[in-house]
Design a protein around this ligand. Structure first.
Ligand code: SAM
Ligand code: SF4
Length: 346
């Protein structure tokens, strides 16, 4: 059990200052990876024999909570828990409950990105802790294709988890990675299904993060083409909603649902970036598409965490790049970044 601690803004001279980078972007959104481990092995995300981070380097739940408080004290208002698969981490509900106590005062929103396999068990406690919205990743509704793509036959568990979340009153957004030759001909059906269930949906272009078994270029499917295909079937009405993130949204007149497009490779979305990411080992990444990192674990575990955190955050804000450096170079190209998505949590 984590004892929730009320937040106190830093007294004058404490050095606890809002996170604002050198391009005047305020950082109000933290993606907090709680583990890099996962019960699936989505082929675009990680190899079957994934080399996971050494357990000793992974922060304890109490340390993750302390780190989250440090971010909240510096102006972060939204936290998304992610991974790896956040719900495979033991006692995860304790962390969610402790963070949930800050909703309404220090936090506007606590949310999660999950593969959904364990949601049937955890939807209710998450809702009780104050989680109102979650993203569930789902790339296909075909059981055999799911088993092949995720290398685990767990579609039924995911669908049961999505239903449990809805029953618990949590709004679910479906995240789907568009993959050439894998789910490209199923995307419209997935949209129809999600909207029919009352879920919003976001399509994501595959990003060149970390080595996987196949060549990622084989499956790279630019979303501008997907969008044109969807326009043959439906009326897509652009929606001005922005999240400070990379998604652009449309409303589909016929389904009555919302669809987002995340196009890191074909679209530039960095100018309004409001987010940073912390790995389960306490490495702070200022950009999903950059190598720059600052070690918060050393600060947290050192003799004077407050002073060390102030220095670490100041360095991070000085180093947040203006924009990402992604590119899928072509057939056989090396990943732009060596790090897997499961380390920083997307
Ligand atoms: N395990 C959870 C899940 O799957 O939702 C959370 C972590 S997962 C790394 C977060 C999101 O990243 C998922 O929607 C997944 O599909 C996406 N993802 C993973 N690797 C990716 C890649 N190389 N390119 C684009 N999206 C990726
Ligand atoms: Fe696991 Fe999510 Fe990566 Fe799939 S995308 S292997 S569910 S971390």
């Amino acid at each position: 059990m984590i004892d929730p601690v009320p937040l106190h803004a830093g007294p004058p001279g404490s050095g606890v200052v809002p996170l604002i980078d050198r391009f005047a972007r305020s950082i109000t959104y933290l993606r907090l990876s709680v583990t890099d481990r996962c019960d699936l092995r989505c082929s675009y995300c990680m190899p079957e024999r994934m080399q996971f981070l050494p357990r000793a380097e992974v922060l304890a739940l109490e340390e993750l909570y302390t780190a989250a408080r440090a971010f909240m004290a510096r102006g972060v208002r939204k936290i998304r828990l992610t991974g790896g698969e956040p719900l495979v981490r033991r006692d995860m509900v304790d962390l969610v409950t402790a963070l949930g106590r800050h909703i309404g005062t220090d936090l506007d929103e606590l949310t999660m990105t999950t593969n959904g396999t364990r949601l049937a068990e955890f939807a209710e406690p998450l809702a009780q802790a104050g989680v109102r919205r979650i993203n569930v990743s789902l790339d296909t509704l075909d059981r055999a294709r799911f088993a092949q793509l995720a290398r685990r036959d767990m579609l039924d568990a995911v669908l049961a988890g999505i239903a449990a979340a809805r029953d618990a009153g949590i709004a679910v957004k479906i995240n789907t990675v568009a993959l050439k030759g894998i789910n490209e001909h199923e995307i419209a059906d997935l949209v129809a299904w999600a909207h029919g269930q009352g879920h919003a949906m976001t399509l994501i272009e595959v990003m060149p993060l970390g080595e996987v078994e196949g060549d990622r270029f084989d499956h790279y499917l630019p979303l501008d083409g997907v969008r044109r295909d969807l326009e043959q079937r439906w009326t897509l009405v652009p929606n001005a909603q922005r999240s400070g993130g990379p998604a652009r949204y449309v409303d589909i007149a016929e389904t009555g649902g919302r669809l987002g497009f995340i196009t890191p490779l074909t679209g530039n979305f960095c100018e309004g970036c409001n987010r940073v990411r912390m790995t389960a080992t306490g490495q702070l990444y200022m950009c999903l598409g950059g190598e720059g990192q600052v070690d918060l674990r050393a600060a947290l575990r050192g003799p004077d965490p407050e002073t060390a955190l102030n220095a670490a955050f100041a360095r991070a804000m000085g180093e947040k790049p203006e924009r990402h450096a992604f590119a899928i170079t072509g057939p056989g190209g090396a990943p732009t970044l060596a790090r897997h998505m499961s380390v920083t949590g997307g």
